[in-house]
Write a protein of this length. Structure first.
Length: 168
């Protein structure tokens, strides 16, 4: 089977051969052996060319949201511009929802409900794997919800902060 998706604004062709858990996956002409093992709701353990990688995924009206090694993407069907780029957020009904890129601990929350934020403003910092990840606003807007506090442990893709886009 062959699929075409927009990933980070680039149209990619993905071919899948085989059945069951053992597959040959080809992306833009490059093939690799993949074994996919279900690991709970929304999780797979994918063995790619001998290396096991945990993958989290969810499908919604914006496309297929996939998170691998802390990188979050939304894959959409060609011609569908509702998906997003590679940052850890989704834009839903004029709101940006900042999500944790991987399990970790909230180090600092820089915003409160009602605060105005601008594009690239750091809203929350999450430490994961001894690295601090600054999660920034991708829109000009107002903080409408803060779901975490400093010191709190969070899972991958946990909602941290919600921002409502300002009217233009």
């Amino acid at each position: 089977m062959e699929y075409t998706y927009n990933i980070d604004g680039t149209e990619r062709t993905i071919g899948i051969e085989g059945s069951g858990d053992d597959l040959i996956v080809t992306i833009d002409g490059k093939s690799c052996e993949v074994t996919a093992t279900p690991a709970g709701d929304g999780f797979l353990l994918m063995k790619v060319d001998g290396v096991t990688v945990p993958v989290r995924f969810a499908r919604n009206e914006h496309g297929l949201h996939v998170m691998v090694k802390g990188t979050s993407i939304i894959a959409t069907e060609p011609g569908d511009s509702s998906g997003g780029g590679g940052d850890a957020f989704e834009l839903v009904d004029g709101k940006q929802i900042l999500v944790a890129p991987m399990p970790g601990q909230v180090v600092k929350v820089n915003v409160n409900v009602g605060d105005k934020v601008e594009v690239k403003q750091c809203c929350v910092i999450v430490e994961a794997m001894k690295m601090e990840n600054e999660l920034n606003s991708a829109i000009n807007g107002t903080i409408t919800a803060v779901h975490v506090e400093a010191g709190q442990q969070v899972g991958a893709m946990a909602a941290l902060v919600e921002i409502t886009q300002d009217e233009e």
